[in-house]
Design a protein around this ligand. Structure first.
Ligand SMILES: Nc1ncnc2c1ncn2[C@@H]1O[C@H](COP(=O)(O)OP(=O)(O)OP(=O)(O)O)[C@@H](O)[C@H]1O
Ligand SMILES: [Mg+2]
Length: 360
């Protein structure tokens, strides 16, 4: 029996771009699926197909057991959607926006008012509730859009990058609301670029790239695959990169990666803070000077490096020099060293292989 969100072989092209290239999904009722992927991976396109906003070229899908292509109107009545771009009415106040949504969904005026008040409070919009949305900041709009998606609790919800642009406190507030919804039986598909967020909220994670699911599994399975925490060292001078890489590989549980221009060497480890002390002693013992050392959680890039052997690529044309993205111009791997990923720029990266089932 298919899950509350089900898709088989979804393909959607825009000109030459295969935004979805054969996506299968199956989200059991009452669970959260995190659709994780870099810019341009196809996340929003998948959400738009599943929420009936666009039609796929081929494939089939159902939501809450209703066929998305045959009965779009019925699907729309069973879902809630919070999009990547806010869909609030600029000329209504925050409060009016929320009450209007409630009434559209046939709530009584009294219930709609109560729910609006509650959500405005939760998303820290109470003070601005009676100003028109046009005067809101970007983050405020984002929160209003999320609140609007939460006025009613439909059985199936879609949230496209719900926390992008939220400050930590509001992100936390949203995480709590999401957890309550799911505890109440809602099925949720959320897209994110943050592994940490998928880790926190999702029962299952699908990693997408170039319109394809390249890995799926629980967060634990994915982390086991990705190697959990990382030790990251920035050495003082370029000639210390190679010896530091050798030291780190000695402590590591997987592929190390080297970013030459920042003199940064990273390796997945297990062992936490105690291990960090050992690494420092070893580096010190070999006279390798360091500017920085840290233990950090895997990022989306780490996941991509583990799964595909190269860093996450962004949209075509945006690749070179993208700030904060490992694997862009200027990043080279240690050549010829087994166990070291070549994080050379995307231009040289291979197509990701067939989908891998992740298991711990
Ligand atoms: N309406 C459209 N017309 C043309 N190309 C499109 C359209 N919508 C999406 N695309 C292309 O399809 C690909 C997937 O886009 P999509 O918006 O699904 O990515 P995404 O994973 O949501 O990315 P982001 O993290 O940036 O939101 C991209 O290459 C994008 O440029
Ligand atoms: Mg998107």
């Amino acid at each position: 029996m298919p899950g509350a969100i089900y898709a088989e072989g979804l393909v959607k092209t825009f000109g030459d771009v295969r935004a979805l290239d054969g996506v299968d999904l199956d989200v059991p009722e009452g669970t959260v699926l995190g659709l994780l992927g870099p810019n341009g991976a196809g996340k929003t396109t998948a959400v738009r197909v599943l929420t009936t906003l666009i039609k796929p070229d081929s494939g089939s899908a159902s939501v809450a057991g209703i066929d998305v292509l045959r009965k779009p109107d019925e699907v729309r009545r069973s879902i809630g959607l919070s999009g990547q771009f806010a869909a609030v009415d600029e000329y209504l106040t925050g409060r009016e926006n929320l009450r209007m949504v409630g009434q559209l969904y046939q709530m009584s005026a009294r219930d709609a008012k109560a729910r609006a008040g509650e959500l405005l409070e939760r998303f820290d919009l109470a003070d601005a509730a009676d100003r028109i949305a046009k005067t809101y900041s970007g983050g405020m709009r984002r929160r209003l859009d999320l609140a609007a998606a939460l006025v009613v609790s439909p059985p199936v919800m879609f949230m496209d990058e719900p926390t992008t642009g939220l400050d930590p406190r509001n992100r936390q507030a949203l995480w709590e609301v999401i957890q309550e919804l799911v505890a109440g039986g809602t099925t949720l598909l959320l897209t994110t670029q943050y592994l940490e967020e998928a880790d926190h909220l999702a029962h299952d994670i699908c990693v997408v790239d170039h319109g394809r699911v390249i890995a799926r599994g629980t967060s634990d399975q994915l982390k086991a695959r990705t190697g959990g925490e990382r030790v990251e060292v920035v050495v003082r001078s370029p000639e210390h990169i190679a010896p530091a890489d050798a030291v780190l590989r000695g402590f590591g549980k997987g592929t190390s990666s080297v970013e030459k221009h920042t003199r940064r060497v990273t390796v997945p480890v297990s062992g936490g803070a105690k291990l960090l002390a050992e690494v420092i002693r070893e580096l010190d013992g070999r006279g390798i000077e360091i500017d920085d050392i840290a233990l950090r959680r895997p990022t989306l890039d780490d996941v991509f490096i583990s799964l595909t052997g190269h860093a996450a690529e962004s949209d075509a044309g945006e690749t070179a020099g993208t700030a904060g993205t490992a694997g862009t111009a200027g990043t080279t791997g240690t050549t010829g060293a087994a166990g070291t990923t070549d994080t050379t720029g995307p231009a040289e990266a291979e197509e990701p292989g067939a989908q891998q089932e992740v298991s711990s």
